[in-house]
Design a protein around this ligand. Structure first.
Ligand code: PLP
Length: 422
């Protein structure tokens, strides 16, 4: 054993791990304790349910099931088929799309499969720039998508908003075969209808990557891309609150190409235990209570944003319209890198992020991205989020005062204890 864990209150049954490998069991306990005792504001994270975790930890991990339901390359898939079909059916119902492929191992894999299905080497793509809130897998120069395709990228204006007229201009110029909307750090509502109009005007296919906002769309608090985007990709582990993974949904006419691109195009055997976890999470997201959850995420994000503004801090684009926001630290003279570490010091986990026209490098940055989805899962309400905002503001203001930081660490711990995790 490496040490002693003070809070071993776990719901997951680790008996067998403990028997075989006390090191890994200890680290899982340790990670649980970290999750229990810190305020999680990383906008892409969430706490999935014990039901989802049990499905993911099941015997389904033993099965090879290359291919699709009823068209497998292995025998013995009759049970697996039922599970995968359930996940597909629920994804289609939840997001009102014709077809779902639930096999992508992650969001990046889902996007890679779409590129592989629809584009040829060198084809033209229009997407959002990473430093403006886009995702690596949308054509960043360091990703395969940026290396093998001819990518043009749009950004946001100084108010943190997409300038749709500018996107249209760029589309007319670069004549893309694929337009991608959807982001990793964008706090405003995305106008899918407008994107489709632009795509139609230039003869492009529209892909909406809803990785971040899938739970908000499922809960009806963000407009849906259904009816506008021919292709919709998502992760399952962000606001959707499922296991780590990806899903691709599309209009019927693209179904065969998408399925072929996932397998045999870029993946081998699907992770059927994770697909079972996706099915469980999708069932949870179809319940009326998920609508309440999604609505509370947005209320909580707004309460946190208002609290930060009231404490004299700036937010890119002002008030958020979804689950996340970027704190703009430029006028404080402090950096995202340093302040993210200060927040960690007081028990708040968040990530540094660039702001539009950031004077600092992407490694240092002038911003911090903050999200409300994970703490909403724990039960935080508006008052709690205002208290979180106060702790953040005090920590940034007093970032050199160890005694104040100690006190703030106790304040954040008190909030965590109020809403136990698992
Ligand atoms: C998180 C994210 C992804 C990638 O998801 P991974 O599961 O980490 O590969 C893709 N697109 C967007 C917009 C994201 O936010």
């Amino acid at each position: 054993m490496i040490g002693t864990i003070t809070d071993k209150r776990i719901n997951m049954d680790l008996d067998k791990v403990r028997e075989i490998d006390s090191d890994v069991a200890y680290y899982i306990d340790e990670e649980l304790e970290r999750q229990q005792n810190t305020i999680e504001l990383i906008a892409s994270e969430n706490f999935t349910s014990p039901a989802v975790m049990q499905a993911c930890g099941s015997v389904l991990t033993n099965k090879y099931a290359e291919g699709k339901p009823h068209k497998r390359y292995y025998n013995g898939c009759e049970v697996i088929d039922k599970i995968e079909e359930l996940a597909q059916k629920r994804a289609c119902e939840l997001f009102r799309m014709d077809h779902a492929n639930v096999q992508p191992h992650s969001g990046a894999q889902a996007n890679m499969a779409v590129f592989f299905a629809l584009l040829k080497h060198g084809d033209s793509v229009l997407s959002m720039d990473l430093s403006n809130g886009g995702h690596l897998s949308h054509g960043s120069p360091v990703n395969f998508s940026g290396m093998y395709f001819n990518v043009t990228q749009y950004g946001v204006d100084e108010n943190g908003c997409i300038d749709y007229d500018n996107v249209r201009e760029m589309a007319l110029q670069c004549k893309p075969k694929l337009i991608i909307c959807g982001a990793s750090n964008y706090s405003k509502i995305i106008d899918f209808k407008r994107f489709r109009e632009i795509a139609d005007e230039v003869g492009a296919i529209l892909m909406a990557d809803i990785a971040h906002i899938a739970g908000l769309i499922a809960g009806g608090v963000h407009p849906s891309p259904a009816g506008y985007a021919q292709i919709v990709t998502t992760t399952t582990h962000k606001t959707l609150r499922g296991p780590r993974g990806g899903i691709i949904m599309c209009d019927e006419e693209y179904a065969a190409a998408i399925d072929k691109a996932v397998f045999p195009g870029i993946q081998g055997g699907p992770l059927e235990h994770i697909i079972a976890g996706k099915a469980v999470a999708l069932k949870e997201a179809l319940q009326p209570s998920f609508k309440e959850y999604a609505a509370q995420i947005v209320k909580n994000a707004k309460a946190m944003a208002q609290g930060l503004l009231d404490n004299g801090l700036d937010i890119v684009g002002g008030m958020t319209e979804n689950h996340l926001m970027t704190l703009d630290l430029r006028k404080t003279g402090k950096t995202g890198k340093d302040m993210a570490n200060v927040l960690e010091r007081v028990g708040i986990t968040a990530n540094k992020n660039t702001v539009p026209n950031d004077p600092q490098s992407p490694f240092v940055t002038s911003g911090i991205r903050l999200g409300a989805a994970a703490m909403t899962t724990r039960g935080f309400k508006e008052d709690d989020m205002r208290e979180v905002a106060r702790i953040i503001a005090e920590a940034i203001k007093n970032s050199d005062d160890e005694q104040i930081l100690d006190e703030l660490r106790q304040d954040s711990l008190k909030l965590c204890k109020k809403y136990p995790l698992y």
